[in-house]
Ligand binder design. Structure first.
Ligand code: ADP
Length: 485
């Protein structure tokens, strides 16, 4: 599988425009989650190399901040072209280390290209303001400036597009970045270094390093020359990074965990709801922060919905990313499989009924059977904890008020979905749900044009949309007097 991908498989880190090893010479291994096969090793960097990368980014920032919008837009356009031209190699590399079906990997790479294009366009729209002055002889302006060096930490579930959402707005705004991709999927992160190099993005503007998350994270959050931290990952780690960022008062953007409810009312188009539930639950084998975690189905259609969902779930082909017709890959590692097993066991112990799936898949390694659990209740673990695996618990409810309260009964507030044909209910429920992303009669809603971000403990700030660039900018108020009026 990796033959095509070799050209993008870098085993060094990209710091200040150079490909380097860790000072210690240490490395860590990367494995294919579908087979356990060793793919290779990448540098085990620490705070030492991170500090060096921050210095490089800080120096580069002094020049890069002065580049014209046109120069930065041209760089991003070249970067996008490279992603498109190398889509297949990048997708193969991504699928090998992450495990997702090749069609999903291709889709993710295309999404990365779309983010780069979007922010290339947004760079031209970083508008300031003039404000009517309260003084006859003075004028007031508000200008926008790049925030500075950005520290970016990303997860393994979307190893390419999560970096796209951070690198592209940073370049568009005139910032420089130090990125740390996840340990499980470093190659797709390092590929960004190769592409930035080929796209002629100046040395030090984009730095990618792999290694020890704790010491790298500590350096990124404590170094005074880093002015912003952007993170996508678990709420647990996000809170650590937020706390660590306090002493140096960094700007922060956090995309953290979710616990998405998916609500089906009696009046919904059931087939459409099943289709949406399948897409929103099982995409990336349930390993996305916007994946449905809890399905709430009204009593009048409950049995019919469970039956149809179970049939569709059973029909999914599980396998390796490059096999024909495969729609479900493995989970990222053994810990993820064990955790999924624990969710199922807990549900069984508390009265849940496994309708289909429910155990490790015969393929072994990271594979788990796509699972539907009926008779779910609020005491079960997945009512308050993110599953991040292919398990669909289905709860029964009676009234609109009841289900909105249950859907909101969580510390998280990232994505939610509901299906109804009633216009009044659409608005009541949409306004009642405490979530940053709402899908109405749609199960997959992410788009580069729209702001992605959570309420409550799911995050701070937005990625994508015109809002996505704001987090990379500072606003400067300028009062000009002595104008001779
Ligand atoms: P997941 O549970 O999805 O793996 P994590 O939040 O653990 O999510 O990981 C997301 C990213 O955060 C990864 O790049 C990981 O290496 C990094 N990370 C994990 N722990 C820390 C930490 N203490 N400091 C900084 N980064 C961390």
């Amino acid at each position: 599988m990796l033959e095509i991908a070799q050209e993008f498989k870098k085993e060094a880190n990209y710091i200040n425009g150079e490909w380097v090893k860790a000072d210690s010479g240490e490395t860590f291994e990367v494995h294919n989650p579908a087979t356990g096969e060793l793919l290779g090793s990448v540098p085990m960097c620490t705070n030492v190399e991170t500090s060096r990368a921050i210095d490089a980014a800080y120096t580069a920032f002094q020049t890069f901040r002065k580049t014209s919008v046109k120069e930065r837009t041209d760089m991003l356009r070249r970067l996008r072209r490279l992603i498109i031209d190398n889509q297949e190699s990048l997708a193969q590399l991504l699928a090998a280390e992450q495990g997702k079906p090749i069609a999903e990997a291709r889709g993710e790479v295309r999404m990365s290209a779309s983010y780069v294009m979007w922010f290339a366009e947004e760079a031209r729209r970083i508008y300031g303001e003039t404000i009517p002055s309260p003084w006859a002889e003075r004028r007031i302006m508000v200008t926008k400036e790049p925030v500075g060096v950005v520290g970016a930490i990303t997860p393994w579930n979307f190893p390419s597009s999560m970096l796209a959402r951070k690198i592209a707005p940073a370049i568009a705004a005139g910032c420089t970045v130090v990125c740390k991709p996840a340990e499980a999927t470093p190659y797709s992160g390092l590929a960004w270094g190769m592409m930035c190099e080929k796209a002629g993005i100046p040395a030090g503007v984009v730095n990618i390093l792999t290694g020890d998350p704790i010491t790298i994270g500590e350096e990124l959050t404590s170094n005074p020359n880093v002015h912003k931290i952007t993170f996508t990952g678990s709420t647990r780690v996000g809170k650590i990074l937020m706390a660590q960022s306090v002493p140096t008062v960094k700007k922060i953007s956090m995309e953290m965990g979710g616990n998405a409810p998916f609500i089906v009312f009696d009046d919904a188009d059931i087939d459409r709801a099943v289709e949406g539930a399948m897409a929103s639950k099982f995409r990336n084998s349930g390993q996305t922060c916007v994946c449905t975690n809890r399905l709430y189905v009204q009593s009048g259609v409950y049995d019919k919905f469970v039956e149809k969902l179970a049939a569709a779930t059973k029909a999914m082909k599980v396998g390796k990313s490059n096999e024909e017709g495969v729609v479900q890959g493995p989970l990222i590692n053994e810990a993820a499989v064990a955790k999924t097993e624990e969710f199922v066991q807990d549900a069984k112990d508390k009265g849940g009924k496994v309708v289909t799936g429910g155990k490790r898949h015969a393929l072994g390694h990271g594979f788990f059977e796509p699972t539907v659990i009926a008779d779910a209740n609020q005491d079960m673990m997945f009512s308050y904890d993110e599953i991040f695996g292919p398990v669909a618990p289905v709860y029964k409810f009676e009234t609109e008020e009841e289900v909105v309260a249950k859907a909101n009964d969580t510390d998280f507030g990232l994505a939610c979905y509901f299906y109804t044909q009633d216009l009044g209910r659409t608005f009541r429920v949409m306004e009642g749900l405490e979530y940053g992303l709402v899908g109405v009669n749609e199960g997959v809603i992410t788009a580069v044009e729209a702001p992605f971000g959570g309420f409550k403990q799911s995050g701070v700030g937005k990625e994508g949309g015109h809002q996505g660039i704001e987090d990379y900018l500072e606003e400067k108020y300028v009062c000009i007097g002595g104008l001779g009026f």
